[in-house]
Design a binder for this molecule. Sequence first.
Ligand code: PLP
Length: 356
Amino acid sequence: MSFPQLDIYLNNISENAKKLRQELELENIKLTAVVKGFAGDLRIFKAYQESGIQSIADSRIENIKKFREAGYRDEVLMLRIPMLSEIKEIVPYIDASLVTEAKTAELISKAAEAAAKVIDLIIMVDIGDRREGILADNLEGLAQKIESLPGVRLKGIGTNLGCFAGIIPDQKNTQHLINLKKKLEAKLGRELEILSAGNTATIRLLKDQQLAREISNLRVGEAILLGTDIINQSLIDDYHHYNFRLQAEIVELKEKPSNPEGEMAFEGQGRGQIIEDKGLRRRAILAVGKQDIDYHGLYPELEGVEVLGASSDHLITDVTDAAGDLEVGDILTFKINYSAMLRAMTSQYVTKNYIE
Ligand SMILES: *Cc1c(COP(=O)(O)O)cnc(C)c1O
């Protein structure tokens, strides 16, 4: 064994994927499994394939290439609106892409023609979260532009919420998107094949039977991987939760004053932190750090352990209230959130331990 180690529960992930796919099928919604959270790991990808997923989305061409080279033949959606500089490289590997810029659509059109294929384009509309997306007033212009280009097909429109401003998908903003699609269809004189919504936060509407039936595609990542919904701060009922677990080793264990001593630079490394004086506390330092995890997303499994912070290679915890006798060399385990999972999967220093 080599630490830090990430235990990955493959069956749970596969079962979550299958369950979601089936639930959505009942509503005539196609699931696009967003696989950007695990850095192209082929063992995890296999768990998705076993669940019968036939449409995936990733934001990195490196991952998409790996999946194709491992024999995946079904639909691939480029999830991040592409860089102009990568379009030539990605077009041979993808079936569809999200877009918001005319220039990007033009280059995809050129590359698609050169590769003798047709790429489906989905225009992302910003209905409030202020990450990627064209504003409603400019939607028709871009749509008409795409209609005029060879090698690409306007497949529909979509939106993404929750990721930047934390705006929650609800009936009101969903209805706004539906109206935009209808208006656009009237202008174009044809129906658009899909209305693509995301992400995990939208599942809540599905469960409450409030998801508009006009939605025909859902892009979901977190719910499958972790069974959690960070935006609505909830666990998704009947799903396997926290399918990744971090194990890290204690390298120092000492009673120390909780209060720092000396002149503080930029209020504690510029983080504006206020350190509460709790007197003498028992501290465990673990050999895992910001290079490997996002410490804000660590939930200790041993009761009484509190994560205080991290530097590049060290995690600082307070174990004063932890049960049992901890020793240097002991392993502490943590459930982790999406952001910590992302970092752990990306770090070459974290050993991956697959559990079937
Ligand atoms: C990441 C992402 C998703 C999936 O989000 P989850 O919260 O992981 O379900 C969907 N759509 C877009 C555009 C994304 O970037």
